[in-house]
Design a protein around this ligand. Structure first.
Ligand code: GAL
Length: 966
């Protein structure tokens, strides 16, 4: 029953299927009438092309207390031409939804069409770039473009919507600030498409920030509205402890954003993206470290937030050409789960909150009251449940950046807490606590606790309350007991422990240290309080077994039970070292196993079981050697046969930048080449007076282009996201009177995100204009252009790896990147090369090698392909293909990424791997490619879902033809 002020808004039925499953009020979201704290983790399936590992992430999310996974789905990833919406293999969204369902985690789906997400064109299908229609309008051409994708997505989401499946909400588009009639129609058309498919889950929108947003109401407004908040902004600062400019949103905008809906943050900063030339994600991870989690994630509760998804929780990899131009390959994001799927203290911090949110349901309906503390340095915001009167005191330094070590007391009811003389509550620097008071749990009553509550549950006949605090901090817990209780208290460990009975209240005092139980027997049900310091709490796992809850302390990860029959508690998990588990669980379990191996258990004096688990064996990687080398870029030469290339003969484009008068359209997008490197060959009949080429190339931020005249290197030049003309000197000894060819290789960096209402994603890639100059000005000699991009253009040949895997380099068009390509001496390749190696003149050289791995069974060993930094006078860019998959782009002059994680499934962890590296050397005469190594970052025993090799074809002569090193 809600207070009068707050009406429940039951979602209106969208189909006969009824939507009574979902409702909300200004406090929280409800599923089947029950309040649910939405604690989501963002992950993108397209950034992890090893589908079985999606489940690994889901299990990790679930085990660390998340109840929702929030994916973006990427239109352009599924649709490489107007006839294709592919949802197979690495794009199998149904498998994704099924795995979430099997794991028992809800899905908050975000299919776009626009997603932003630091991906090429912000997720729009690239083939829409040449369209006349304005994006995100109701222009029929635009509707026809997204309709097949959204229709297919809607059918799948319908099949998996709750309660049939895990999908509980659905985002319509992303960060959309335009609200002209045509935009409102667009939103309405999207919603109608879902509705027609029978979707009844609530829709929502994610707004870019907490300012005015058109989608609070009016036509096309989704049901719920939240906004994304990145309090520390973006980038990975070297000065990572600096939080001084954090964003403090105005409270009014938060609580009144959309009336009568919960405070909702569909994206809350879980790290940041990093740009080319940035400092690297290790700094992001330090900037938004575990203290950031403690302070900022608790801060959100002050406003009554009950819906949050952390962006990113697992970032993954911008493999292939997923990147937007500004970002590099890694999308690690400094997120709680690393790109190599490793847990960190940050994941464990999220768990502390996730477990609490799932347990303390009183937190889901609260109003704000200001608390009273003894120190002006400290703020206590109290969230009070108007029905149960339970209180949650969120305490932190008033100045959230403060590093002070502050001891204080606070008022709870009319008592100054802690009551024990000479003890304090402490905030040591960037810390925050949620102190519960007047809280009913199980059958017990907590008057207050100065140590955070983690979770609770009844095991057999005993109630358990688990608390967590920082080691060395004083704690005070007061319980109200049934009348006539003559409580007996037993501390098993802990420092400075003390119990005091006064009337119906039992007060416990202690110093947090390690893990220790306090057994309390009284007139009601017996209660055991487990006090854990941070280290123990981080490694505590709550399982809901068939015999009730079990609390397992120890190990890097406990995923769940592997079997739910028999008398054994069958734990499934991962270990990073030899470890001791301590298990509080039902006596109905007679035995414990770990990854299907029985454990030797010892019973403790207070009834828990202790058992040793083994750490991982070492994983060995070979040294890479025996390289084969070949050269490409025959396109640079005069004699190259380009007769089958596309002739740039179009005279009409819808691009906002029109070609200069009298010149044809040269934009690659208008000729259906949207991904990766582009080649242009310009033919002209020289009189001999031509001295320069005035050329305008736009490859996106950080792009470059190399130019040759009749095979002679002119040089490599910076391009960017805005077209700027550049005048190149033609080498006079290369120019001939008569037929000449100028060859341009553009390293295009992807398409721009659209940002807010605009079509900037359509910004062209490739050439805009080119004019020859003579000493006295513009030459009359005209150039006719041909161009070439990825094999097949929008009719890609390798549909397994998809549209973002390859661009238009000669080697990519000829299948050099694929396992099975015959890079042999017969084909003019050089074998037996070792690195570093000088591959000669500017252009592209390919390096090939095979290596075999044989990682120990049931282990996970995150591996990176690591490039040595070359000497300062070496300049190159490289893309590498592991087993045919483009898993990284290196730009030596920008960095910062030199180590590239490759997930199992792409990497063959027990078998032969094929590595091919295309190196674009920028020095005129000599280019030395530095060494490449394999490195294992860490090793874990692995209890997660097995991976399989992601299916994809090898080299096939029928598709790629035969080619030789040049
Ligand atoms: C948000 C956007 C996301 C992502 C994020 C930054 O504004 O909704 O898609 O771009 O910023 O990582």
């Amino acid at each position: 029953m809600e207070g009068k002020k707050y009406q429940t808004h039951t979602h209106l039925a969208r189909s006969s299927n009824s939507s009574s499953h979902f409702s909300w009020d200004s406090y929280s979201f409800k599923v089947d009438g029950e309040r649910v704290f939405i604690w989501g983790g963002e992950m993108h399936p397209f950034r992890l092309p090893s589908p079985n590992l999606w489940k690994d992430i889901f299990e990790k999310l679930k085990a660390t207390g998340f109840n929702v996974v929030q994916p973006y789905f990427h239109w352009g990833f599924h649709s490489w031409n107007s006839d294709t919406v592919d949802m197979t293999g690495i794009r199998d969204i149904e498998a994704f939804l099924k795995m979430a369902q099997e794991t028992g985690i809800y899905v908050s789906a975000r299919p776009g069409p626009y997603i932003n997400a630091e991906t090429t064109a912000g997720g729009f299908a690239l083939w829409t770039k040449p369209l006349n229609a304005s994006s995100r309008t109701d222009d029929p051409e635009w509707t026809a473009a997204w309709k097949p994708y959204i229709t297919k997505m809607a059918a799948l989401l319908e099949k998996y919507q709750y309660p049939k499946g895990p999908v509980i909400m659905l985002q319509i588009d992303n960060e959309f600030l335009a609200a002209e009639d045509t935009n409102r129609e667009y939103m309405t058309l999207l919603e109608q498409t879902y509705k027609d498919a029978g979707i009844y889950v609530p829709t929502f929108h994610n707004s870019p920030g907490d300012f005015y947003n058109p989608w609070t109401g009016g036509k096309g407004a989704p049901d719920l509205l939240g906004y994304d908040l990145y309090p520390l902004g973006f980038g990975c600062p070297v000065n990572y402890t600096d939080w001084t400019n954090f964003y403090n949103p105005p409270l009014t905008s938060i609580t009144q954003y959309k009336a009568d809906t919960p405070v909702f943050l569909p994206e809350y900063g879980g790290g940041a993206f990093d740009n080319w030339g940035g400092n690297g994600y290790e700094y992001c991870r330090l900037h938004t470290n575990e203290n950031y989690n403690r302070v900022f994630y608790r801060w959100n509760l002050e406003w009554g937030m009950t819906m949050q998804s952390t962006y990113m929780t697992y970032g993954g990899t911008n493999w292939g050409h997923l990147r937007f131009p500004e970002d590099y390959t890694s999308y690690d994001y400094g997120a709680p789960i690393t790109e190599s799927r490793q847990l960190s203290n940050r994941t464990y911090e999220m768990k502390l909150l996730g477990y609490f949110f799932a347990t303390a349901k009183d937190l889901l309906q609260t109003e704000k009251v200001n608390g009273t503390v003894s120190s002006s340095l400290v703020t206590d915001v109290v969230r009070v449940n108007p029905e149960t009167k339970a209180e949650f005191h969120i305490v932190r330094h008033t100045d959230m950046t403060s590093l002070a070590d502050t001891k204080f007391s606070m008022s709870i009811g009319n008592v100054s807490v802690p009551q024990e003389p000479n003890t304090f509550i402490r905030l040591n620097g960037r810390d925050s606590k949620i102190l519960s008071a007047n809280l009913d749990f199980l059958g017990q009553h907590l008057v207050y606790s100065t140590t955070d509550v983690l979770t609770w549950g009844t095991i057999d006949d005993t109630d358990y309350l688990v608390l967590h605090g920082l080691a060395g901090e004083q704690g005070e817990v007061v319980l109200r007991l049934p009348s006539d209780s003559k409580p007996k208290v037993k501390f098993f460990g802990g420092h400075s422990t003390k119990s005091t009975v006064s009337g119906s209240q039992l007060r416990l005092n202690y110093v947090v240290d390690g893990l220790f139980p306090i057994e309390i027997t009284h007139a009601g049900k017996p209660l055991t309080i487990l006090v854990a310091d941070l280290k123990n709490a981080y490694h505590m796992w709550r399982l809901d077994t068939r015999n009730g809850p079990a609390f397992v302390f120890g190990s890097y990860l406990v995923r769940g039970e592997s079997s739910t029959s028999g008398k054994t508690l069958t734990l499934r998990g991962d270990a990073d070292a030899t470890d001791t588990l301590e298990i509080f669980g039902s006596k109905k379990f007679k035995d414990v196993s770990w990854n299907n191996r029985h454990l030797k258990i010892k019973k403790s004096q207070y009834g828990s079981y202790k058992a040793k688990i083994e750490g991982p064996p070492a994983a060995v990687v070979p040294k890479l050697n025996g390289w084969t080398v070949g050269h490409e870029a025959p396109e640079a030469t005069a004699e190259f046969d380009d007769s089958d290339w596309v002739v740039a003969n179009k005279t009409k484009t819808f691009n906002s930048i029109q070609p200069p008068a009298g010149q044809n359209v040269l934009y690659a997008d208008d000729y259906a080449f949207h991904v990766g490197h582009l080649w242009y060959r310009g033919h002209f009949e020289a009189t001999g007076d031509e001295t320069k080429l005035n050329i305008t190339v736009q490859g996106g931020s950080y792009s470059i282009y190399s130019a040759w005249l009749n095979g002679d290197y002119i040089g490599t030049f910076q391009s960017s996201g805005s077209a700027k003309p550049n005048v190149l000197d033609l080498p006079s000894d290369a120019l001939v009177v008569g037929n000449n060819v100028v060859s341009i290789l553009v390293d295009a960096m992807g398409s721009d995100e659209s940002g807010w209402p605009s079509d900037v994603f359509k910004a062209y890639r490739g050439l805009h204009a080119a004019n020859l100059l003579t000493k006295s000005g513009l030459s009359k000699t005209k150039i006719t252009w041909k161009l070439q991009g990825n094999l097949g253009g929008t009719d890609i040949v390798d549909t397994h790896r998809g549209t973002f895997n390859t661009g238009g380099k000669f080697g990519e068009r000829k299948g050099w990147h694929l396992p099975g390509f015959p890079a042999t001496r017969a084909n003019n390749f050089t074998t037996g090369v070792s690195l570093p190696h000088d591959f000669g003149k500017a252009g592209i050289a390919w390096y090939f090698t095979n290596f075999t791995l044989n990682f120990p069974k049931n282990t996970d060993n995150p591996l990176v392909v690591s490039f040595d930094k070359p000497a300062a006078d070496e300049h190159y860019r490289a893309e590498f293909f592991l087993n045919g998959w483009n898993f990284g782009k290196l730009v030596t002059d920008l960095g910062p990424q030199f180590d590239f994680p490759v997930p199992p499934g792409i990497l063959n962890t027990n078998g032969v791997n094929h590595l091919a590296i295309a190196v674009h050397g920028l020095n005129k005469d000599a280019n030395t490619f530095a060494d490449v190594k394999l490195k294992v970052l860490a090793s874990y025993t692995y209890g997660g879902p097995a991976w399989v090799q992601t299916e994809a074809p090898d080299f096939d002569e029928k598709v790629y033809g035969l080619s030789a090193s040049f």
